[in-house]
Write a protein that binds this ligand. Sequence first.
Ligand SMILES: Nc1nc2c(ncn2[C@@H]2O[C@H](COP(=O)(O)OP(=O)(O)OP(=O)(O)O)[C@@H](O)[C@H]2O)c(=O)[nH]1
Length: 250
Amino acid sequence: MLQKMPEQITETVQEFLFLDKRYAILGPIRLPIAVREEEHTFRWYGYAQVPADVELDVKWVVELSERQQTFSSFLVYGDFERHDLPAVRVHSVCQTGDVFGSLRCDCGPQLQRSLQKIVELGAGCLIYLTGQEGRGIGLLAKALTYKLQEGGADTFEANRLLGCPDDARDYEEAAAMLYFLREQRPVTLLTNNPRKLEELRRYGIATAVRGDHTVPASPHNRHYLRAKIASGHVVDEEKLERSISPQPNL
Ligand SMILES: Nc1nc2c(ncn2[C@@H]2O[C@H](COP(=O)(O)OP(=O)(O)OP(=O)(O)O)[C@@H](O)[C@H]2O)c(=O)[nH]1
């Protein structure tokens, strides 16, 4: 192990307090990303909660990382900190949709579209929450809900049949990271889920407003999207219907 840490590493680890919780924030790290096949440079930050009694240094970060392999992180684009109303996507991990490109949900296209919107606007942030697979019930329970959905249950009924809540997610960490970047200055939250907005506001991001985040649907996720609408998601119906029942090319 390195005896003396080079400055570029020690400067990368910052400490941040939010609602009595202590966070280690690592970054920024330059990350070139292809968005619509064009290269754009984002600033990447990782973070973790830190117990009050540990000394926050590089050694501790490395030990934590060896113990715990999965962390949430976020991407920042443009002059996010100073822009009047930048775009923010708070995205819950969806291995099937985000990584495999599954059409059973709208997660993958929503993730891609959020990066596109951020680049188009010129300033924004994507917070990728890895602890929220399956709306917080975890990957394996989500897999079980898929089997139940094949038997006719909708996405929420399937959760309940397993004794799980409809939605077990919490947004305190996301609020903490937004506060770290911009304190309470307004942002447009790209979401169709009004609860997500309310939760961020409850945690101190009081000035956040909602920006529609409807993406083209497929026949595979029609039922899923209808269940989300019935549960309170606000979707641009025209955009959705147009994509579900494509008009023949004239
Ligand atoms: N339990 C369960 N979770 C699912 C299912 N399909 C996708 N998910 C998870 O749902 C989460 C995304 O939540 P959504 O309900 O699609 O949307 P949202 O985040 O509340 O709202 P938006 O901001 O508009 O995307 C991800 O963690 C996915 O893994 C499913 O059928 N069952």
